[in-house]
Ligand binder design. Structure first.
Ligand SMILES: [Zn+2]
Length: 108
């Protein structure tokens, strides 16, 4: 499944059609934000069985709306944070260049 968490853990006791323990992941799609599911650990591979089973019941529409809204706000905030980080580095480099220039002017 796309948009699932990177961290997955083996779920003992549930075996897929490949004969392997399934992994537990969390969906972050618009339709199922934060909903956990079990899946074949080889999901996406050509020879995988692609076993899939929801662990959590479907979420209430209000819950989905709130979570998706928060995820969108977080995404915007993360992008702003990256821009602020670059501006800060730029100013820091500018500060050191100016300091070096002033020191060189004082010495020579
Ligand atoms: Zn499998």
């Amino acid at each position: 499944m796309e948009n699932s968490s990177d961290s997955s853990q083996i779920v003992e006791g549930v075996i897929c059609y490949c004969g392997q323990f399934t992994t537990l992941k969390t969906s972050w799609t618009e339709a199922n934000p934060g909903r956990r599911f079990r899946g074949c650990k080889f999901y996406g591979r050509q020879d995988a069985c692609n076993f899939f089973s929801w662990l959590d019941p479907p979420a209430h529409p209000r819950y989905k709306s709130v979570i998706n809204g928060l995820l969108r706000k977080k995404s915007v905030a993360d992008k702003k944070e990256v821009v602020v980080g670059w501006k800060f580095r730029f100013y820091k480099i500018g500060f050191w260049l100016l300091t070096c220039f002033v020191v060189i002017r004082i010495i020579f």
